[in-house]
Design a protein around this ligand. Structure first.
Ligand SMILES: [Zn+2]
Length: 85
């Protein structure tokens, strides 16, 4: 008789990608961190600028040591966000 064990909670990994849900809706926007921070290869695809900014803020704190995004960086991020068709 085979034994079936619980495989752990893999669902949590998918639940931590909120942007993916937005991509399934209509308008999609993309931002590459490298457009603001040369050499960084992080990029996001979300449905709104705000959503991207939330992710960029977390990334900037983790990866670039920017605890708070200065206004000019936020402006630069907005300018670098491009719509994806
Ligand atoms: Zn970056």
């Amino acid at each position: 008789m085979p034994r079936f064990g619980l495989r752990g909670s893999r669902v949590e990994q998918f639940a931590s990608i909120p942007c993916l849900v937005s991509v399934l809706r209509s308008i999609v926007k993309s931002f590459a961190c490298g457009d603001v921070v040369p050499g960084c290869e992080a990029r996001w695809v979300c449905s709104t600028d705000d959503e991207i900014l939330v992710n960029v803020a977390a990334h900037a704190a983790d990866t670039h040591g920017l605890v708070e995004l200065p206004a000019d960086v936020v402006q630069a991020v907005h300018k670098a966000i491009v719509p994806v068709s």
